[in-house]
Design a protein around this ligand. Structure first.
Ligand SMILES: [Zn+2]
Length: 226
């Protein structure tokens, strides 16, 4: 009752359209949820995101939930997730995606959900790692633990704009490390990130995990801009 009264005074609004949320809605209104441009990539093994990584790393399952369209609603939501303290948006999108991922056979065997790490300084400045928020949402639905202490980012990546693809890859490659690789041995890891564009970041994370004996890797993204 207190919550209802509170809502009356300070209505909670949809993170995308700004309309007041009904009592059975949270973070994003039903109308906006319905409008999300879903890829359905998780239903096909040979999807666009998986193909992006072909010949680069070994992955079991790889997919994105939404299409990233410039100036579209996904960009708006992800921008808030990253820069406007939109932790709940990350958790919410993670949860919705996970209800779909739950039906994917290849993901039934996952042991840990691992967010792509941020440089510690960046995480401190922002207050949180957006991929961690998405991973937590996925974890709530898949009921698998999040591990954020074994795949780590070493130092801030220097500006990459002047580097070609190979140098960019090398530059990224040097920025992640795995402490205690035994931890991931004989495990199926689900790596989580907000967006995939060139695939350079995820490639460097996965290529490290690919070196660990009997470590299976899958990767999911909230959005793909391919
Ligand atoms: Zn809305």
């Amino acid at each position: 009752m207190f919550k209802d009264f509170f809502n009356l005074l300070f209505p909670i609004t949809c993170s995308h359209c700004g309309q007041n949320l009904a009592s059975n809605e949270d973070i994003i209104c039903a109308y906006c949820l319905f409008q999300l441009p879903q890829t359905q990539y998780w239903l096909e093994a040979e999807n666009k995101v998986a193909k992006k990584l072909w010949g680069r790393v070994r992955v079991e399952h790889c997919s994105s939930f939404l299409h990233f369209i410039k100036d579209g609603m996904v960009q708006h939501l992800l921008h808030q997730l990253k820069y406007k303290n939109g932790k709940e948006i990350g958790q919410k999108l993670g949860k919705i995606y996970a209800t779909e991922l739950k039906k994917v056979d290849a993901l039934k065997s996952i042991d840990y959900i691992v967010p792509v790490p941020l440089f510690k300084g960046k995480e401190k400045k922002r207050g949180y790692n957006q991929s961690q928020m998405i991973a937590e949402g996925i974890s709530d639905v898949l009921l698998k633990p999040v591990d954020n202490s074994h795949l780590i980012k070493k130092q801030q990546t220097s500006s990459q704009t002047n580097l070609n693809r190979w140098n960019r890859w090398q530059n990224q490659q040097e920025k992640f490390e795995i402490n205690d690789s035994d931890f991931f041995q004989n495990k199926h890891i689900l790596i989580v990130d907000d967006v995939i564009t060139t695939g350079a970041t995820i490639e460097s994370c996965i290529s490290l995990l690919n070196q660990i004996p009997n470590c299976t890797v899958s990767a999911v993204f909230i959005a793909s801009a391919l």
